[in-house]
Write a protein that binds this ligand. Structure first.
Ligand SMILES: Nc1ncnc2c1ncn2[C@@H]1O[C@H](COP(=O)(O)OP(=O)(O)OP(=O)(O)O)[C@@H](O)[C@H]1O
Ligand SMILES: O=C(O)C1=C[C@@H](O)[C@@H](O)[C@H](O)C1
Length: 168
């Protein structure tokens, strides 16, 4: 099994920021699966969904997951909100699920200085009621997929990263 640290969880929960803080603490490099996909096809996720459909995006996620499994070590991987469904997640490294209530996540996103941009780039956040439904469907699945759950609500990135680092 690869020895990476894999962060999963709902859109906007803070996987990217936590990954950067963990990378700073550990000296590991960090990569983000959404960013890898956008680089691979030189297209924004919003356009992949609009022009090629969600199924194509999920195929690209699987391709990235295969590459991570076979070629990447000692890396902090922040993932897209649906990446945990790839099939080989457990073989990529230790999986941490970052948990917050859905209202906590949506409030934090809406208070972000670039809230409009953050929402616009995520096709599955366009309808907030559907986003809440998606969260409810996924919550048990995130929990089942993870080796460990980390509560992030009301906590600083430093506190969250320290808890994950203490598990390594
Ligand atoms: N400068 C900031 N000020 C206020 N809130 C912020 C700031 N930066 C991030 N956040 C909040 O933290 C959340 C996660 O930030 P991050 O940059 O990790 O977003 P992300 O990488 O898009 O999230 P994820 O990777 O979980 O989808 C944002 O959605 C926002 O709610
Ligand atoms: O939750 C999801 O399924 C997604 C989350 C984003 O990070 C992107 O990976 C994409 O918009 C899909």
């Amino acid at each position: 099994m690869a020895d990476n640290i894999i962060l999963i969880g709902f859109m906007g929960v803070g996987k990217g920021r936590t990954a950067r803080e963990l990378a700073r603490r550990t000296g590991f490099v960090t990569v983000d699966t959404d960013d890898l996909i956008e680089t691979m096809v030189k297209k924004k996720i919003r356009r992949i969904f609009a022009e090629e459909g969600e199924a194509r995006f999920r195929e690209l996620e699987k391709q990235v997951a295969r590459w991570l499994e076979h070629h990447v070590q000692q890396t902090i991987v922040s993932t897209g909100g649906g990446f945990f469904m790839v099939g080989n997640l457990q073989r990529l490294g230790r999986v941490f699920y970052l948990h917050s209530s859905v209202e906590g996540i949506l409030d934090a996103i809406s208070m972000h200085p670039k809230a409009k941009k953050k929402i616009k780039k995520r096709p599955l956040l366009q309808d907030l009621d559907r986003a809440r439904e998606l969260y409810c469907q996924r919550l048990p699945l995130y929990r089942r997929a993870a080796d460990r759950e980390i509560n992030v609500e009301g906590r600083t990135i430093d506190e969250v990263a320290a808890e994950i680092a203490s598990c390594l």
